[in-house]
Ligand binder design. Structure first.
Ligand code: PMP
Length: 415
């Protein structure tokens, strides 16, 4: 079979209004895609159409527009079901973000099952969103939260922890792609072994969903979480995938409208909940957000995961090679050149914040800081790094602009 036609970023940029008019002003070199991505017209228009043409409360109204709005919301759930290869739309819960999805599992599922002396594992490279919820529940239940440590080259050191898949392990929570190192973890093999041992796994797909094809059935995970805003969708909506039997055993954290079956009088706790997934979507759901989320999934699918993945991997490798050619720059550890859209680096004499500021003034948006991964940065002996992250609208000229900005920063701070 012939290779798919490569992504043409110049053509892709035309889909994104933020890049319009770039010839009249300073070109935006947006290299902060691991934090959030820009939105194509398709997503913006889909959301605008919800408000302009079909806006009504969902799951409640009996008039035609309300029924249409409900149907649009549920259609969005089905689009996302196919996007991640879930067996049923009932396995998808709309949340406000990946962060909320992970908190729901920690507080609504694990809290009821965890006991003193049990062990929960996370990797050393987790984002705080996939660390703090487990830390709190472990603290409450006097369970242990343990790190899967890293090899010298920044991979999870799975071989050195034979106890990972044995008693008293009760849960494993792992990121698919690190938001700092850019490494991609072998989640499918980890989940397969964990399933054989009866240990549930949550995969944090916040950083992989934008460029890797996700298939929860093949991945064998019990839970998976991601946000729309990192895959060209709107901010304020995310998704929790949970295997049907897992969601059936999860307590709803938010109680209120829309998630009940029957409500009793007084102080009795005998009120009963609606079926999954409505049980976990208390309050008025974000219908336009869900529609925009589905439009983003369709947009990504129309580009093609393989093409997107190749484009991003090629840019990441090129950026890493060019950065390594600059005296004073060190890349964070990784086994091979990172291909997951993220390159983190430090400079011997320039603070990452200074680097990001000089870059920003030159129209290059990069991130500097601990990237919400303090346990990882502490392990690496660093307070902060600079991070460049790539998407479909980036091209070599963005890397040229980044390198020029670093050379300018060297002139300012090192000469
Ligand atoms: N996990 C990872 C790996 C992330 O990079 C992020 C966002 N930086 C999150 C979780 C949290 O995502 P959100 O802020 O959209 O909830």
């Amino acid at each position: 079979m012939s290779d798919p036609e490569p992504i043409n970023p110049e053509v892709v940029r035309r889909d994104f209004p933020i890049f319009a008019g770039a010839s009249h002003r300073q070109r935006l070199h947006y290299l902060d895609n691991a934090a959030t991505t820009h939105k194509p017209d398709k997503v913006i228009n889909a959301i605008a159409a919800c408000y302009a043409q079909c806006y009504a409360p969902i799951h409640r109204g009996l008039y035609p527009m309300a029924e249409q709005a409900t149907s649009n919301y549920e259609h969005a759930r089905r689009v996302l079901q196919h996007f991640i290869g879930a067996a049923s739309p009932d396995e998808l819960v709309f949340t406000s973000s990946a962060t909320e999805a992970i908190n729901m599992v920690a507080s609504g599922w694990l809290r009821q099952r965890l006991q003193s002396g049990d062990v929960v594992w996370v990797s050393r490279m987790e984002h705080h969103s996939n660390y703090l919820p487990w830390q709190r529940v472990c603290h409450e239940k006097q369970a242990q939260l343990r790190f899967i440590e890293l090899t010298e080259d920044g991979q999870m050191d799975l071989d050195r922890i034979p106890e990972l898949f044995a008693e008293p392990t009760k849960f494993i929570a792992i990121t698919h792609v690190s938001n700092v190192l850019g490494v991609q973890n072998p989640v499918a093999s980890l989940c397969a072994t964990a399933r054989e041992c009866g240990i549930p796994v949550l995969v944090d797909a916040a950083q992989s969903v934008s460029h890797l094809e996700l298939d929860v059935s093949a991945m064998c995970c019990d839970f998976l979480a991601f946000s729309a805003h990192k895959m060209f969708g709107p901010t304020g909506i995310g998704l929790l995938y949970g295997r049907q039997d897992r969601l059936a055993g999860m307590e709803p954290l938010q109680l209120g409208g829309g998630m009940v079956d029957s409500v009793v009088d007084g102080t009795s706790a005998a009120s009963s909940w609606a079926k999954v997934p409505s049980r976990f979507e208390a309050g008025s759901p974000d219908m336009p957000g869900a529609v925009g989320f589905a439009a983003a999934a369709d947009y990504l699918s129309s580009l093609g995961h393989e093409r997107v993945g190749r484009h991003i991997a090629a840019l990441t490798r090129l950026a890493a090679e060019r950065l390594m050619g600059i005296n004073g720059i060190s890349l964070l550890p990784h086994a091979e050149l990172p291909a997951s859209g993220i390159v983190s680096f430090t400079h011997r004499y320039i603070h990452p914040h200074d680097m990001a500021q000089v870059a920003g003034e030159a129209g290059v948006a990069i991130r500097a800081g601990h990237h919400c991964a303090q346990p990882l940065l502490r392990h690496l002996g660093l307070a902060a790094t600079a991070r460049a992250s790539f998407s479909v609208y980036n091209d070599e000229s963005d890397i040229d602009a980044l390198i020029d900005a670093i050379i300018s920063a060297q002139r300012i701070f090192c000469e």
